[in-house]
Design a protein around this ligand. Structure first.
Ligand code: NAD
Length: 343
């Protein structure tokens, strides 16, 4: 009996443990095949071993190559780098996949179904930043370097194009700012156009859009988009915008996929303002767990989980406060588990 799948589990900080517990209850009810290795990171890592990304956690992910992770807080002060950025670098998690699908109808934007694919390792987020002192002002000048490589562009574009084909997406939109950052984001646009011509033409439509225009178009008419593919900074911003189109951060899952591992998480952070109050919406992490089930080729279970979430929200009308309801995290979870068991 070795169809069990070892996976690392990081509860995370703030609301992390609450939403992870809820997600595990849903996965247990589904009979998901994961054998969890619980590990710590973020503030919990600092408390337990003085490191927001302890060696034992890294070793576990190196073994399992698969993780479900609650949000991590980067301790301010102490010179710690973001654990999320370190995880992406350590496991070369170059692709950030953020689907946005309307589950609760009747919001400002209905029937949204689009995917943002964000390059996760390059661009302006590589952390090469400097100040230059002038006279007595040590921060008189601030500088940041962005790096995009041909190989990095090819890797993310190939991932996105293949994902578009595998999931039946009709149109891929390349988001850039090549009119101003001609080299840094021009290379992304140019590589996309070359790859499309050489290998992908006819399999889906492709167009390009400048990031500022894209932001406006997303708010005016998001239905014109199907899949957005973009560089690190633009992807970070646009994926939060897109999460807002489907009811906010409580509904937005994400996957970080790379050569050496895949890590699944909610797009949102640790929500310290509501931590410990039992009112967090666990759906974003549950949808991330559904993506993890897709990833290990258990689409049957992933679809059951997504259907049960839909039914709990829209038939049973059990919703947490961020969705206008009154349910606590555990009330929502109980309703969901009974949907999974009886559905
Ligand atoms: P946040 O996403 O934690 O919270 C933003 C707002 O959304 C808050 O009002 C919060 O209450 C609400 N919210 C978020 N998730 C919710 C949920 N599931 N249910 C109901 N409401 C929810 O963003 P922030 O406050 O800017 O960040 C807090 C901490 O999280 C910071 O330390 C940040 O670095 C970290 N962070 C971590 C990740 C990650 O681990 N992937 C991502 C983003 C932020």
């Amino acid at each position: 009996m070795s169809n069990r799948i070892p996976a690392t589990l990081i509860a995370g900080d703030g609301i992390g443990p609450e939403i992870v517990e809820a997600t595990l209850a849903a996965l247990d009810a589904l009979g998901a095949p994961f054998d969890w290795e619980p590990q710590v990171a973020g503030l919990a890592g600092v408390t337990s071993s003085g490191d927001p990304l302890p060696k034992a956690t890294l070793d576990s992910i190196r073994r399992t190559r698969l993780a479900l992770k609650g949000p991590l807080e980067t301790p301010s002060g102490g010179g710690y780098r973001s654990s999320n950025v370190r995880l992406r670098e350590e496991f070369k998690l170059f692709a950030n996949l953020r689907p946005a699908l309307t589950i609760v109808p009747g919001g400002r934007f209905d029937k949204i179904d689009l995917v943002v694919v964000r390059e996760n390792l390059e661009g302006l987020y590589i952390g090469h930043e400097h100040y230059v002192q002038i006279d007595d002002d040590p921060h008189a000048v601030a500088m940041a370097t962005g790096i995009n490589t041909r190989a990095g562009c090819r890797r993310i574009l190939e991932f996105a194009f293949e994902h578009a084909i595998a999931t039946g997406r009709k149109k891929v939109t390349i988001v850039h700012k090549a009119n101003i950052m001609k080299a840094l984001t021009g290379i992304f646009k140019e590589t996309a156009e070359q790859m499309y011509e050489q290998k992908y033409k006819g399999r889906f439509a492709m167009d390009t859009v400048i990031v500022d225009a894209c932001a406006m178009k997303l708010v005016l008419n998001p239905w014109q988009f199907d899949m957005l593919v973009t560089t690190n900074l633009f992807g970070d911003i646009l994926s939060d915008l897109v999460a807002g189109l489907v009811g906010g951060l409580g509904m937005a899952p994400g996957a970080n996929i790379g050569a050496d591992a895949a890590i699944f998480e909610a797009v949102h952070g640790s929500a310290p303002d509501i931590a410990g109050q039992g009112k967090a919406n666990p759906i974003a992490l549950m949808l991330a767990a559904a993506m993890m089930l897709d990833h290990v080729k258990r689409k049957d279970l992933a679809d059951r989980l997504r259907r049960a979430i839909d039914a709990t929200l829209n038939i049973d009308m059990v919703r947490t406060g961020d969705l206008g309801g009154k349910a606590s995290t555990s009330e929502f979870t109980r309703a969901l588990v009974s949907r999974i068991r009886n559905g």
